[in-house]
Write a protein that binds this ligand. Structure first.
Ligand SMILES: C[S@@+](CC[C@H](N)C(=O)[O-])C[C@H]1O[C@@H](n2cnc3c(N)ncnc32)[C@H](O)[C@@H]1O
Length: 208
């Protein structure tokens, strides 16, 4: 089990119906069904070839279903109350949310491999609020996983870059310094990014 998917699994509240959008190998649904943490898992993927990996992994499992389709189009409205999208880029996740329909009460667990600031901005501008954030580490890579629901939030430039709650969190410090290091290159020619990065570093130093 990858640390990243373990973190995602721990963010899933017990007893619900899970839709894993972009399930690929189906590792997360398998884990959650094995642990009895969800009553049903709907494994969705845009690629039949990817979905076939999940079909094989979960063959014969009575509470697993498989759907081939683009994003949330594979689901009936209100069918799932926990919707996971991980291992995709932030722009893809934003597109799926933009074009899809889900229950207003659904919990989204989002783990974008890239494009996090753009995804946070999309969430802020489209009536979503980040409720929780966790950082997973695998080998030398960090992954931010967000729990998101319908709601309002306003993020400043630092939060768009670093997360809604992570800048205040002691256990996110290693990740945030690592991120500053990466962002330094991109900020070199962009005064707005440079100012946000400067403030972020100041805040990290103050909280250390
Ligand atoms: C790298 S895998 C991620 C697998 C797993 N979710 C994880 O986090 O390890 C990305 C999967 O997303 C699927 N995918 C990409 N765009 C999609 C979309 N619009 N709707 C559904 N699945 C999509 C791909 O086919 C692929 O199987």
């Amino acid at each position: 089990m990858e640390d990243r998917l373990r973190v995602v699994a721990d963010m899933v509240p017990p007893g619900g119906v899970l839709a894993d959008i972009g399930t690929d190998h189906g590792i997360l649904p398998e884990l959650l069904l094995k642990e009895g943490r969800v009553q049903k898992a709907i494994c969705c993927d845009i690629s039949e070839a990817s979905l076939s990996k999940a079909r094989r992994r979960l063959a014969g499992h009575p509470n697993a279903e498989f759907r081939c389709g683009d994003g949330l189009a594979a689901l009936k409205p209100g069918e799932a109350d926990i919707i996971v999208m991980t291992g995709m880029g932030g722009h893809t996740i934003a597109d799926i949310l933009r074009h899809g329909k889900a229950s207003d009460d659904a919990l989204f667990i989002l783990g974008a491999h890239s494009g996090l600031p753009a995804l946070r901005r999309f969430l802020m501008e489209n009536g979503y609020a980040i409720e929780s954030e966790r950082v997973a580490r695998e080998k030398r890579r960090y992954y931010v996983i967000m729990g998101v629901r319908r709601g309002a939030m306003i993020l400043d430039a630092r939060q768009l870059l670093m997360g809604r709650f992570l800048p205040e969190r002691e256990d996110a410090k290693d990740y945030l310094w690592h991120l500053c290091h990466i962002l330094e290159k991109g900020a070199r020619y962009d005064p707005k990014k440079r100012a946000a990065l400067y403030r972020a570093k100041e805040a990290l130093r103050e909280n250390s």
